[in-house]
Each structure stands twice: as C-alpha cells, then as structure tokens.
Design a protein around this ligand. Structure first.
Ligand SMILES: NC(=O)c1ccc[n+]([C@@H]2O[C@H](COP(=O)([O-])OP(=O)(O)OC[C@H]3O[C@@H](n4cnc5c(N)ncnc54)[C@H](O)[C@@H]3O)[C@@H](O)[C@H]2O)c1
Length: 312
C-alpha cells in the first residue's frame, strides 16, 4: 500500500479531535466517512467543521469557495460498517479507554478490507496494546494529532515493533500530502514525545503550586512570557545548545535533586478532580470560567495559532 493508493478515509469518533481530523483530510481533497454513535453527535461535528472552515477562510488560510466542496467530501454515518467498507485509511478518535479501543480495533480488523491501515489518535497508549486483538498487526500504528488538529501542524507517528516499514511510509506520505508535519517515533512508549514532555512540565507545575512556591496564575504568567515564547520557535535542545551544555550541567546538578519525581498523582490534582474543579468543563479550576471568558480565551489561542500558520 502506498500513498497513491489511498483514496477513502474513515474517521471513528466525531468528538473534539475526530471532527478536526476529518476536516483536515477533506480540506486536502480526500473523501471522508465519519462514524459516531448518535446522529446528534454527528450533527454537532458538522456544525463545528463549518465553523472551523469559516474561521480559516476569514483568516485567508483557505479560500471561501473551498468550504462547500470540503463539506461535501465528508459523509456521516451511525453504522460503522458503512464508513469502513471501502476505507483505505482509518483514524480512530474515540475516548481514551484501552478496552474500548481494543474492541474497536478488533472490529475494524474484521470488517475493513485487508489492505486498510488502522491508526489510533490515542494520547498515550501504545499501538501494540490497542491492536492486541487484531490480526493485521503490520498495518496498525498511532497518528497522534494535537488539539486543534486543523491549527497545529505536527502529528506524531508511532509504530509498534510489528508495524511494517510500508505502513509507516504510506502514513508519513499521507500526512505530508494533507499538509501536516509528521514526526516518526521509532520506539513505542506510553505518551510518545509530546505528551511525555507535557506531563513532566505539568507535574512540576502542580508541585510548585502545591508547595506554595507560586500560584497557578504566576506559573502561567512565567511560562507564557518567558520560555514559552521561545518554545514556539525552537525546541529544548536548540535552546540549550545556544546556552551551552556546560552551563546546563552546572545549573542542573543541584536543581535536579530538588525537582518533583513522584510517580504518584499529585494530591492537589486528585483533590481538584474529586471536588469537581475540572476547569472549563465545570466552569471552575484554578480559574473561574464564564462562557464569555472561555470564548475569549479560545479566540485568543486560535488567533495566535493562525498567526503562526501564516508566519511559516
Ligand atoms: N482532546 C485532546 O486535546 C486530545 C489531543 C490528542 C489526542 N486526543 C485523543 O483523541 C481521542 C479522542 O479524544 P476527544 O478529545 O476527541 O474525545 P471526545 O470525547 O471529544 O470524542 C470522542 C467521540 O467518540 C465517540 N464515541 C464513543 N464511543 C464510540 C464508539 N464505540 N464508536 C464510535 N464513536 C464513539 C463519542 O460519542 C465522542 O463523540 C482520545 O483517545 C484522546 O486521548 C485528545
């Protein structure tokens, strides 16, 4: 299977990630069939895609005239077999539940054509775990998008020891063809590269707040206005190559001993979830959220990400 043979895409799960992934393929000219468990969920996904495409057109990332043809390339179905019967490439984006993903991959393996590549958008699970009940282990891998998938270019491509070179090459070429920046992660591990690095950062951030070193607001202020700015133009290795590894070694020798390295979930995080302080979802977390504040925050984030897309 090569990228030239991939014509029909299927997306399983039309939630936050699924609808954006389907949109990306359709926007690049592929026919997409999307599956979710209810008509209502699929209707919401179509409305979200329309709104995303309008935002991209308003900001001259796509042409206004392309919106309708893109929407027409996306079909939605509540029956799984209808979206998979002629699919060449399937992306699964159902909730992060290993048992559910394993069941879906077993089902997909049974009903998709033999040549079909099966990709999961899991945040942290390994493709060998997700595909454990499927037979076509050479055609299973992860394609991990970042939210929102139509504004963040990178997709981590994670292979299991059984994923074939041919599957990796076809997936890499497909992601490149739709304008994404694929990064191949050669050795499967929980959380790959992006989520592992983010987990390390948020573990230390929680420890800082829990120990009363600084408030959550101050942590956000520091990150946003200091190294966060650099990170959008240079990776951590590039940044520290500028400083010099001798300086890094000297600075980190003592500091490392003082950093949080607990393998337990931080009690503050545990406590927040138990008391229903989930963030935007429950309107309360470290910040208090109103609908207007959420919208303003999303708009600010989207505008910054759009500007970055334009700057490339
Ligand atoms: N939210 C993020 O920022 C983000 C980023 C990267 C990766 N991911 C990963 O992407 C996946 C999806 O996350 P999300 O945030 O889009 O979740 P979500 O809850 O927004 O969407 C999941 C969708 O799957 C549907 N679904 C549930 N069971 C199903 C089934 N059996 N068949 C078909 N559809 C089913 C739900 O109805 C829902 O619409 C997860 O594995 C998540 O870890 C999420």
């Amino acid at each position: 299977m090569t990228v030239d043979e991939i014509r029909q895409i299927a997306v399983i799960g039309a939630g936050l990630m699924g609808h954006g992934i389907a949109q990306e393929f359709a926007n690049a000219g592929y026919n997409v069939r999307m599956h979710d468990v209810t008509d209502e969920r699929l209707k919401t996904a179509r409305t979200q895609i329309e709104s995303n495409l309008s935002l991209l057109a308003e900001n001259a990332i796509i042409q206004k005239e392309s919106i309708e043809p893109t929407l027409q390339r996306i079909q939605m179905h509540t029956e799984l077999h209808t979206v998979t019967e002629n699919a060449d490439f399937v992306v699964e984006a159902v909730p992060e539940d290993l048992t559910l993903k394993q069941q879906i991959f077993e089902k997909l393996d049974g009903i998709c054509p033999p040549h079909t590549i099966l990709a999961s958008n899991t945040t942290a699970l390994m493709p060998s775990q997700i595909g454990v009940k499927a037979k076509r282990k050479d055609k299973i891998l992860n394609t991990h998008y970042f939210n929102p998938p139509y504004l963040i270019p990178l997709v981590e491509l994670i292979r299991s020891p059984n994923t074939s070179d041919e599957t990796v090459a076809a997936t890499f070429d497909l992601l490149t063809a739709i304008g994404k920046t694929p990064a191949i992660i050669e050795k499967e591990v929980l959380g790959f590269v992006g989520p592992r690095l983010q987990a390390a950062l948020i573990r230390e951030a929680f420890a800082i707040v829990e120990q009363g070193i600084a408030s959550a607001e101050t942590v956000d202020l520091v990150v946003r206005n200091s190294f966060g700015r650099r990170l959008s133009v240079a990776g951590p290795f590039e940044v520290f190559e500028l400083a010099g590894w001798d300086l890094v070694l000297a600075a980190f020798e003592e500091l490392y001993k003082d950093l949080n390295s607990s393998t337990d979930i931080n009690p503050l995080l545990q406590q927040m979830v138990e008391s229903g302080k989930l963030g935007v979802k429950s309107k309360e977390g470290f910040y208090n959220w109103t609908d207007a504040k959420v919208q303003a925050f999303r708009d600010r984030m989207n505008q910054a990400l759009i500007q970055q897309l334009k700057d490339v």
